[in-house]
Design a protein around this ligand. Structure first.
Ligand code: ASP
Length: 280
């Protein structure tokens, strides 16, 4: 069993050392209890469990603490992919819910598995997800000062369970100050993808991640017998050609845990049941 999670990028310029340590501690807490959970649950159940906790932590830009868009509203996106059934589900630009990943989970066993905008919000209400305003004062302050926050704090998790199945989940509040209607990579297969060979969750500039189709390419390459490091290397070389900004975490079916970023300040950590490694 293996677990890797991320909390997006850490901005040296706009965040304090205190925040850095708090994020590292949050990752350690989530890794420890999610690994415990993985002992008795599937990879799919575990990635939702881990991402929900990261959404609930206002240090990260997902769920509570999400970035505010240019019209003053918060719209969130999240997705889930199961490497066993090869099924993907997600919500795009959902409003006023506490845990977007739980709505992606609810959609997982339905026919229309990716919902966007108002349809996603209405679906959440019909399925008893109560109104919840995910805004925190810090984000409003940033919005009012029209400061483009450099903190890309999307969250994600990839897990390999005891039966050898892989799943990936990703959740985001977006880039901040985006035009309403903009679509993040986080609820696309470019930002979150898994199959029987590999699972990947990304963070960074959604437009770059989609243009370079990062998660899809890495997983496909591993399926086509690239080693995970070579699959990352080739994909990130292609990302560089468009000057892309992205970080990704992954686990393959052999249990290899991997991470790479184009700009090295991504917050992530992994746990194999013995050693917790948290990096920034
Ligand atoms: N990828 C997200 C987006 O572009 C942002 C992030 O990773 O923090 O919406």
């Amino acid at each position: 069993m293996k677990l890797i999670i991320h909390g997006g990028f850490f901005s040296e310029s706009s965040q304090s050392l205190e925040t850095k340590v708090a994020k590292q501690n949050a990752l350690k807490r989530v890794l420890t209890n999610s690994y415990e959970y993985l002992k008795t649950h599937t990879a799919l159940e575990t990635v939702v469990h881990a991402v929900e906790q990261l959404e609930d932590d206002e240090l990260f830009n997902a769920g509570i603490g999400s970035q505010i868009q240019s019209d003053g509203k918060i719209r969130m996106s999240a997705s889930l992919m199961d490497g066993k059934s090869n099924k993907f589900s997600g919500v795009i630009n959902i409003e006023n819910v506490k845990n977007p990943i739980r709505i992606a989970e609810k959609l997982f066993n339905t026919q229309d598995r990716v919902l966007g905008g108002e349809g996603a919000t209405v679906y959440a209400r019909l399925n008893k997800f109560d109104f919840f305003n995910p805004e925190i004062p810090q984000r409003r302050k940033e919005y009012e000062a029209k400061l483009e926050s450099k903190s890309l704090g999307t969250v994600g998790c990839v897990a390999l369970d005891a039966n050898g199945n892989i799943a990936a989940a990703t959740s985001t509040g977006g880039k901040g100050f985006e035009v309403p209607g903009r679509i993040s990579d986080s609820a696309t297969t470019a930002g979150n993808y898994a199959n029987a060979f590999c699972g990947v969750s990304c963070t960074g500039i959604g437009e770059d991640i989609v243009s370079a189709s990062v998660a899809t390419k890495i997983v496909t390459r591993v399926s086509d017998e690239f080693t995970i490091d070579k699959a990352f290397e080739k994909t990130f070389t292609e990302l560089k050609e468009i000057d892309g900004f992205c970080g990704a975490i992954a686990i393959d079916s052999k249990g290899t845990v991997y991470h790479l970023d184009s700009h090295p300040s991504m917050v992530y950590g992994s746990f194999d049941g013995k050693t917790i490694d948290v990096f920034q």
